[in-house]
Design a protein around this ligand. Sequence first.
Ligand SMILES: [Fe+2]
Length: 230
Amino acid sequence: MGESDYLFEQFRVERGCLGYLVADPGTRQAALVDPEVEMVEQMLDSVFEHGLKAVYVIDTHTHADHFSGVREVRKKTIAKLVMHREAPASCVDVRVEDGDRLYLGDLSLKFLHTPGHAKDLVSVLLPGRILSADALLIGSCGRTDLPNGNAVRAYHTLYHTYRALPDDLLVFPGHDYEGRKHSVLGEEKATNPKMNFGGEEAFVRYMERENPETLTPVYQLADALKANMA
Ligand SMILES: [Fe+2]
């Protein structure tokens, strides 16, 4: 199966959070990935319009910076909530770890544990595409100074896990801050400054000390974390 053989749709809310709808055309089974709370209605409309059945809803990690819509999706569909096994939320139905796969008909969703921005962060590998969440952003990576973040793990994620993946993979991140919809992994390897530090020490120093000072305070951090962990 190639990247054009399955249904793929990107959703965006104003602050730049991105969510995804992925479906197998044969069985009409669908998965919703990172539905931000304001995006849920639009996503479910699309599920309905395409005649799909939402069987999985995936939160790639415990979001600290926005409200997850997975609880709304679970109320309105039969979708099972999928998260990494270390996720603290009690309503998780399917807990995955590195290398696990789920299937929508013949369409494989492979989970890669890519911690750093959050310890329970999984990237979702699809044919021809990777949903990189906040592990790898276009021209950047997710911050590591929030609760559950760890810059050393982020280094491993970017410089080992992501460097080992094929250059032609299309990268669809969890946020876009510059209005680009996706990138290509080979381009990120070559030009993303966060993937081009001289070594672990320099990367970690930057992420832990310099980076937090340049970042804006997170919108409703404590409230979002509490709600998304429940
Ligand atoms: Fe995040």
